[in-house]
Ligand binder design. Structure first.
Ligand code: GLN
Length: 382
């Protein structure tokens, strides 16, 4: 008998980001689907990587990350969130935010555990839970504002609830956590042994002067959290695949056991370069305003189309409704947009385990103005 695999992820296909980006290439469409900037990153940061390579930083760095990088991250966390994090024990550099999330889930979850997860939500979460034999307990975000109903969360808790997954600023909705959310979360997890996985990769991509309510600001929440970040989102280099995870030392000790036998260590010259570049605080502190201008420009351009635009408080993304002029399913609609109108987007149904079709699609607006303008012009023909 030939070898055959019993799939660990029988219900999973190819991620929508790959599907839509391939379709965009095939049809030469403007890609407002997958979330990545279409402008180049900082020349200075590139030069620093070159410099690090020439200086000989080409061998393995410490498996937990280049120490000066972890140190500068600890300083940044202290400045921004007023929390002392030990760079030796509480921070690990990872090949991207998605890997950090997967590793944290694998560290914590056992078969039979339940994980509270909100939908629409980033498409890797559910497979990451299921591959560990745990069960996702899915809570719908409330359409159309995609806020969290904490009463529903409270009712969904069982003795098996092991973790709650959060993502603010949220992909795909652009919603952010506010103080009421934090208070409710504190009430719900207080006195329990529930972990939090907080995906904060858009930490700096937050608009209208609103604060980012990181779990790191709240000692009671930070004490039960794995918090995942991405340099790709902050420095316009999503292809670099570098991020990090912050967690209390006892959690991080176990996280590192999984990490060391998976990737072991992450790209050294980029870590050396980032350790220097992170000292330029204005680079990340100005990111919110920079991306906000793109959101506002895109909104002004989209005013000439039939789409009803939602509100985005953060992330690279904004949602758009089209149900008032078409009843096509989201996936068919986005395929048609790509093929016939030359603009790729992501159907929000792809962010649900069991697709919900509210006739809403996601656009990535972290693009050059000319790209946004050209896309909106094409969309105005609909
Ligand atoms: N985070 C990006 C998005 O939501 C995509 C990352 C990926 O393609 N896996 O579009």
């Amino acid at each position: 008998m030939p070898a055959s695999i019993i799939s660990k992820l029988p219900d999973v296909g190819t991620t929508i980001f790959t599907v839509m980006s391939s379709l965009a290439v095939e049809h030469n469409a403007i890609n407002l689907g997958q979330g990545f900037p279409d402008f180049n990153m900082s020349d200075e940061l590139i030069a620093r990587v070159n410099e690090a390579m020439l200086k000989g930083f080409n061998q393995y760095v410490h498996m937990n990350g280049y120490m000066p990088l972890r140190e500068v991250l600890a300083e940044k966390i202290f400045d921004l969130y007023n929390t002392a994090v030990n760079p030796e024990t509480d921070i690990t550099i990872t090949p991207g935010g998605t890997y950090a999330i997967y590793t944290a889930l694998t560290t914590v979850l056992s078969p039979g555990d339940e994980v509270i997860v909100f939908q629409p939500g980033y498409d890797s979460y559910i497979p990451n839970i299921e591959i560990n034999g745990a069960t996702p307990v899915i809570i719908p975000l409330e359409y159309p504002d995609y806020g969290i109903n904490w009463e529903t969360v409270q009712k969904a808790l069982t003795p098996r609830t092991r973790m709650i997954m959060l993502n603010s600023p949220n992909n795909p909705t652009g919603a952010i956590l506010n103080e009421n959310d934090i208070n409710a979360l504190q009430r719900i997890v207080g006195g329990t042994d529930i972990f939090i996985l907080s995906d904060e990769v858009y930490e700096h991509v937050i608009f209208d002067e609103r604060p980012h309510l990181s779990m790191l600001r709240y000692p009671d929440l930070a004490a039960r959290s794995f918090i995942c970040f991405s340099f790709g989102k902050t420095y316009h280099c999503t292809g670099w695949k570098i991020g990090y995870c912050v967690a209390p030392a006892a959690f991080m000790k176990e996280f590192r056991k999984v990490h060391q036998f998976n990737v072991f260590s992450v790209d050294s010259p980029k870590q050396v370069a980032l350790a220097k570049f992170l000292q330029r605080k204005e680079q990340y502190l100005s990111l919110g305003n920079f991306v906000q201008q793109k959101r506002d420009y895109f909104l002004s351009m989209m005013a000439d189309t039939k789409f009803k635009m939602h509100t985005s408080h953060g992330s690279y993304f904004i949602l758009a409704s089209y149900g008032h002029f078409s009843d096509e399913a989201e996936i068919d609609f986005t395929m048609r947009l790509t093929k016939d109108f030359g603009v790729a987007a992501i159907p929000v149904s792809a962010f649900y385990k069991k697709p919900v079709d509210n006739k809403v699609i996601r656009f990535c607006f972290c693009k050059k103005e000319e790209t946004l303008e050209k896309a909106a012009e094409r969309l105005s023909k609909l």
